[in-house]
Write a protein that binds this ligand. Structure first.
Ligand code: NDP
Length: 483
């Protein structure tokens, strides 16, 4: 089998890393190498920064409509190539093809379209001082910005950063996860097809510890937008904060799904299955701690487990597979180690807990059964640490106050979902939850205009809508005093 080879995109050109070295890329469903991606170095980042510096004056001074036209062209091209991109995402990440087709790729196009439109409506503030004068705020692009993204929603999260950064008039140095580089590589070809001016977008492949770090350390990169693990976020902040870089950090989560006895039963059940196991549980927003009111606990658990046992795990190209492979051998081992830990902590496996070896072409892939664990206290490691795989725990609560206390008892604060038909309770609980995002009677329903991000160890800053355009611009206040 011939191996695909990806390339960096610097100054408008596709090219190998300066050291000509490559890293292996695996197809998780097959458990084998299918491609190689550049193992770039700091000098590749430096070359990209030079190209971005050359491109910045032109790009930042283009009228908004012209920049918007480029972004819309990128969106159109993603839509036209959706089938290829969806297949690539599935090959690279292991997620079911139906999911790449339905969610990842349309959302990537939507990211460009949304910020392409938003930038033409972006206005800045004026503050009038009675009889004295008027302040107005200029919001200009920052310059060169770094965008670093993870492997779970590769093109979706990559474009969620790149699109607003470009829309605001910045030039971008972007790094996808080296575990899932394929759609980022295809995006560089799309940028070429869109005739994006050379140097405006540069995509460097390679390891976080080398390329990611070089982006964070580069003195001419003035802002870093990062999505990934909390530990990496802390490391990035320790380098970037003393350099006074602007930072947006979207980090891990340990999200509660809080289910009250008066919930709308069928929808709650169906959505809780989705929020637990979509994308193999590898979404930062997945509800991994399910809290159920005691009076319905037994019935809910029985019906939830029965539904999960119907979910098929297998070949991501098979439309009947609800779960595909987890992203890597290392990640599969990590998830399995948490299942062992949960049992050592006294957890009871209600369903799942084993690796799956499908028949046929996927027999060597990294598949794990959707797993539900009960009988654990909220303070144990299983309930406190992010597993980021198809593993959830289920606990009961008796009162609203207890549900809130358990939900908030975590170092994370990304997203929570609440299920109740009591309107007052919905508002009351939502207000008390220490999370950046609360969904009531739904999950992962997104409006791209809303602020997106977490509190506590789930990060700092917000993405989405005006928040993203504000992050990627530097405000300057100008006061004109009347004579
Ligand atoms: P990592 O933190 O390991 O990696 C994220 C990105 O950062 C990758 O491109 C990685 O490169 C790079 N990186 C690693 N080390 C450094 C470094 N020292 N300096 C700069 N860049 C670096 O996360 P994962 O890829 O494992 O993604 C999973 C995590 O992402 C989970 O914790 C999940 O919760 C979080 N996440 C958060 C979301 C949110 O919106 N809050 C959304 C989605 C995921 P490399 O791949 O080479 O290591």
């Amino acid at each position: 089998m011939s191996i695909k080879q990806f390339q960096n995109y610097i100054d408008g050109k596709l090219q190998a890393a300066s050291n000509q070295q490559y890293l292996p890329v695996f197809n998780p469903a097959l458990g084998e190498i299918y491609a190689e991606t550049p193992d770039s170095e700091a000098q590749d980042v430096a070359a990209a920064v030079e190209a971005a510096q050359k491109a910045f004056p032109l790009w930042s001074n283009l009228p908004a409509e012209r920049r918007a036209a480029y972004l819309n062209k990128m969106a159109n091209l993603i839509e036209q190539q959706a089938e290829t991109l969806a297949l690539a995402e599935t090959e690279d990440n292991g997620k079911p093809l139906w999911l790449s087709t339905k969610v990842d790729i349309p959302r990537s196009a939507a990211n460009f379209r949304f910020f392409g439109t938003a930038l033409t409506h972006f206005a800045s503030e004026a503050h009038y001082m009675e009889t004295v004068g008027i302040n107005y705020t200029l919001r200009r692009p920052i310059g060169i910005v770094g965008c670093i993204s993870p492997w779970n929603l590769p093109l979706y999260l990559f474009t969620w950063k790149i699109a607003p950064a470009l829309a605001a008039g910045n030039c971008v140095i972007a790094k996808p996860s080296e575990i899932t580089p394929q759609t980022a590589y295809l995006l560089s070809q799309i940028a070429q097809q869109a005739d994006l001016p050379a140097g405006v977008l540069n995509i460097i492949h390679g390891l976080g510890a080398k390329v990611g770090k070089a982006i964070v350390e580069h003195p001419h990169i003035k802002a870093i937008s990062f999505t990934g693990g909390t530990r990496t976020g802390r490391e990035i902040a320790s380098i970037a904060a003393p350099m006074f870089k602007k930072l947006s950090l979207e980090l891990g989560g340990k999200n509660p799904s809080i289910i009250f006895a008066d919930c709308e039963w069928d929808e709650t059940l169906a959505t809780t299955v989705r929020s637990a196991f979509t994308n193999q549980g590898e979404i930062c927003l997945c509800g991994s701690r399910i809290l159920v009111e005691k009076s319905i606990y037994d019935r809910f658990v029985a019906e939830f487990v029965a539904k999960i046992q119907e979910l098929k795990v297998g070949d991501p190209l098979d439309t009947s597979s609800y779960l595909g492979a987890v992203v890597s051998k290392e990640h599969a081992e990590k998830v399995m180690s948490y299942i062992s830990l949960a049992q050592a902590e006294g957890g009871v496996l209600l369903t799942g807990g084993k690796r799956v070896f499908p028949e046929g072409r996927c027999s060597k892939g990294w598949f794990i059964e959707p797993t539900v664990i009960a009988n654990l206290s909220n303070s144990c490691r299983t309930n406190q640490e992010e597993i980021f795989g198809p593993v959830v725990t289920i606990q009961s609560f008796e009162t609203e106050a207890e549900a809130i206390a358990i939900a908030n008892d975590t170092e994370y604060g990304l997203a929570a979902n609440v299920w109740t038909q009591n309107l007052s309770r919905a508002h009351r609980v939502a207000e008390e939850l220490a999370f950046g995002i609360v969904w009531v009677n739904c999950w992962m329903l997104r409006d791209l205009r809303t602020p997106f991000g977490g509190v506590k160890n789930s990060g700092v800053g917000r993405e989405g809508g005006w928040e993203a355009l504000r992050f990627f611009t530097e405000p300057k206040n100008i006061l004109v005093k009347y004579h």
